[in-house]
Design a protein around this ligand. Sequence first.
Ligand code: C2O
Ligand code: CU
Ligand code: CU
Length: 488
Amino acid sequence: MKKLLILAMLGFAHCCIAQHQLYIPDTLSGTTFDITVHRDSVQLKPGKFTQTFGINANAYLGPTLLLKKGDSISLNVHNQMGDTTTMHWHGLHVAPKNDGGPFNMIMPGMSWNPMFVVRNNAASYWYHPHMMGKTAEQAIKGDAGFIIVRDNAEAALTLPRTYGVDDIPVIVQSFELDTNNQFMPKGMVDSIVLVNGTDSPYVNMPAQVVRMRLLNASGERTFNFGFTANRSFKIIASDNGLLQAPVNTTRISIAPGERYEILLDLTGLNGQTLYLMSYASELPMGVQGGPTMPMPPGSPPMNSPLNGIDFNILQINVTAPTASPVTTIPSALAVDTPLTESLLHTNRSINMTADSMMVMDGPFYFNHNLFDMMRIDYRIPVNNVEVWTLLDSTMVAHPFHLHDVHFYILDRNGNPPPLYERGRKDVLMIEPNETVRFIAQFTDFADTSTPYMYHCHILMHEDDGMMGQFIVTPGSPISVATIDNSRD
Ligand code: C2O
Ligand code: CU
Ligand code: CU
């Protein structure tokens, strides 16, 4: 206890001493899933327990859902949390009534039973509530979980896929706790960094090629992931599917809501220890040597002890290889043809704005509008192919997320995106003064009864109204027309 107290006083000193074995969320598979959200608590710091929302047997975060592409599934979400909520399947292509957005409310004590066919390609997705104005509070208190979709194309590749052994879910969250150890939904300081809900975690991994599914489920912080001594690794999947080929790198920056799967080759390292780290991308604003404008990439929370420093996230103890290790990494992954502009039907543009150039913490707007549940921002004919042009006119970076369908990034400030951003995405980070264009096709679900959302995945920005909504309408795609919805 004394040691814990000293560590707490030192703040982030605890980040370097791995004390707890990484929790690997249990799994649910099959075609019927029961998810019960309840109130719970965990001891994260000495003293008061931290109030949480747990799912099923877990006091914090839920089980990992293992889904198979093509399966018809039924999910029963039971709301025992004592507050109205929703449950959104982030990244899954489902009809709007099954999407779990702000309109699909589940009253306290009630259940919700969406049923749909899994249409997404193999990749890593997640679930979390989407209650109007309460997403941050409910999600960061632990009401969230991982989703792994598998399919035949991915199964045919020689990739690590033994869950919890050589295929590890890595849900990273940074939060601010108040002096009573309670989560602060609008917190902007990192009091604690958890991996799968584990503080100061270590994990044993076999000395072979291992797969890590990285999800940033923080409310605010972007992580610039890498490994000890700049060890290189390969990125194999982005938000919504495998890349065409592995991308070799030493860093991957992951904003809230984004997922990347990586392969790390630990062959021959049995007995050694290394760390998954977050590297300082730049010094914080205002610090000598740091930038004055614009904000550092990822707009980290202000006043954070983690700004401008490298810190360890997960200790990896390399152990003996398994009986049938993956030792080579395939050179080709998915066969996936990105949409191209020759298919284009409609252009839309979204300008991210604030009341003044000095605003750091919101509210932020899309085209000067706050979210309004009564206003449909876009009516999109089913199968329409659209290019959305995003411009960040604010001082901070925003992870923009689109519901319903995946997209492909066309360009950033007119330049092609980096290789790892050329696959299927549903969240993209946009920096101050940057223009990013993406292309998407709104397939399958013409259903005007419920809108889909698009929003900033910094949960405080979303809750404050940095969100819009669209409906997908029946009828044929708009033949080459240009709609400019920016009202500035
Ligand atoms: Cu991850 Cu609209 O959300
Ligand atoms: Cu989503
Ligand atoms: Cu934002």
